[in-house]
Design a protein around this ligand. Structure first.
Ligand code: PEP
Ligand code: CO
Length: 472
């Protein structure tokens, strides 16, 4: 076996072995030579993330899987190249940091933050084509593939390079912001709660913010946050770990960013996907014998698997055995997305099958993807109450099974869009047209994202008061 092969599972693995397997959601380009030229260029470009960061995340996810920490993953459904801009990056970072502070306070544990950001540019679609003005055109597959404009639906290989450079610019600004103290959310002015319509609810949220900012102030006073003495980047509260993720969908692209690099934890070189810290496999591409699983089983990065109502428990165990034969704790994150009302039918069986297999994954709830509804005009939306219901049920079923929900996964944005119905600002279906921006799935807006964090914090408060099965 040469140095470029590893033994993952039973067969030797190479970054291109997946090409021998059946593939779903593939993109067909007209100009194959152009694709090869672009992939050659991508292979030359430097890593966007390092093995040290990837292994740091793996270590943190191990703690999440053991119940010592909580995972917050969130961001756009389809990130656009246009979001690679100062305002949207700052807004998304701010909302994720604020949510994570509320969750830290509520759950009394540290929170690991992973953004769907700096690379979430490729989308699987339920149909390859759609009708537009009576004509059948290719579906929008994400900025990595084609444009949303109906005249721009032909897959363009140059977009793969565009994805790399937009990821790089987004990462660069995220790193600069975090290094410059953006994570410092002591200031109560950062926490405007004017959107909350109900006075009682606003009072409750304000109470949490006051306690939280007081706690931060107290830590600063006693010097636990050494921000006075140390540089901003080394201070505990001002600088935080922040990781990026995307769905590993375009395997040619992922392969071009897969590098054999020295591992900080052993003396050997290992295969890392150097395009993101964390990658996940979507609900449509998780076939045990398919190309996506074959690619994912060889990389060192922590991996997510979307688990839906059609996932059979024994197939899930098969996936775990293939992707993580050494049963490393927290290497795999299982992201359940059944839909409100379906959790009871499926989750307990999955938990039991995984327990019997001996794997210890991170259990995360994605209460978004099973709760998408169409409203008139073909617009997609999600109801805030369904999202809360799926989360409540997931907390409850884990508890009933003697397991623990380790994290949450949301489609959200830092901007005040109007894509999901409900929340404390009480958005109605008639409000959707006011500022509906998403080219793919509907996201929680800034206010609804804070809402959900406050509700989870309240859930933990109720639990501490010995309520056995609190709801959100
Ligand atoms: C997504 O996370 O955007 C997505 C497409 O999810 P799923 O694969 O769970 O449908
Ligand atoms: Co989505």
């Amino acid at each position: 076996m040469d140095a470029n092969q590893i033994n993952a599972g039973t067969t030797a693995w190479t970054p291109t072995n997946w090409k021998t397997k059946p593939i779903k959601q593939d993109v067909v380009y007209e100009d194959k030579e152009h694709v090869q030229k672009v992939l050659g260029k991508l292979e030359q470009l430097p890593p966007l993330v390092t093995p040290k960061e990837i292994e740091n995340l793996r270590e943190q996810l191990k703690q999440v899987a053991l119940g010592n920490s909580f995972l917050l993953q969130g961001g756009d459904c389809a990130e656009l190249f246009d979001y690679c801009s100062q305002g949207p990056i700052e807004a998304k970072l701010k909302v994720l940091l604020q949510m994570s502070l509320v969750l830290t306070w509520g759950a009394r544990t540290s929170v690991v933050r992973i953004a769907r950001m700096a690379g979430q540019y490729a989308k699987p679609r339920s149909k390859p084509t759609e009708m537009h003005n009576g004509q059948e055109i290719l579906s929008y597959r994400g900025d990595n593939v084609n444009g949303f404009d109906p005249s721009d639906r032909t897959p363009d290989p140059e977009r793969l390079l565009g994805a790399y450079f937009h990821s790089a610019a987004t990462m660069n600004y995220l790193r600069s912001l975090l290094d410059s103290g953006f994570a410092d959310l002591h200031e109560p002015s950062n926490w405007n709660l004017d959107h909350v319509r109900s006075e009682a609810v606003r009072g409750e949220y304000q109470n949490i913010v006051t306690q939280l900012t007081d706690a931060l102030d107290f830590m600063r006073t006693i010097g636990a946050d050494n921000s006075q003495q140390q540089s901003a980047s080394s201070s505990v509260l001002r600088s935080v770990d922040f990781f990026v993720s995307h769905e590993a969908l375009l395997l040619d692209f992922e392969t071009a960013l897969t590098r054999l690099l020295p591992s900080p934890s052993s003396k050997t070189k290992k295969w890392y996907n150097a395009g993101a810290h964390f990658l996940w496999i979507g609900d449509r591409t998780r076939q045990p014998d398919g190309a996506h699983i074959e690619y994912m089983r060889g990389i060192e990065n922590p991996i997510g698997i979307k688990v839906g109502p059609t996932t059979e428990p024994d197939k899930l165990v098969e996936l775990l055995n293939t992707l993580n034969p050494s049963k490393d704790i927290g290497k795999i994150t299982l992201i359940t997305r059944f839909g409100a009302g379906k959790v009871d039918t499926h989750l307990a069986q999955h938990i039991e099958a995984v327990r019997q297999s001996g794997h210890i994954p991170v259990w995360v709830c994605d209460p978004m993807h099973g709760n998408t509804k169409s409203v008139s005009g073909g617009i997609k939306t999600r109801h805030f109450v369904d999202i809360c219901q799926e989360l409540s049920q997931t907390f409850r079923v884990h508890k009933m099974c003697g397991s623990k929900l380790n994290g949450v996964h949301f489609e959200l944005t830092g901007d005040s869009v109007t894509e999901c119905i409900g929340g404390s600002m009480d958005l109605k279906d008639t409000d959707l047209s006011t500022n509906y921006q998403s080219y793919c799935d509907p996201r929680l807006n800034y206010e609804q994202s804070l809402d959900i964090a406050f509700l989870i914090a309240k859930y933990y408060q109720k639990e501490r008061k010995n309520e056995e099965f609190p709801s959100l």
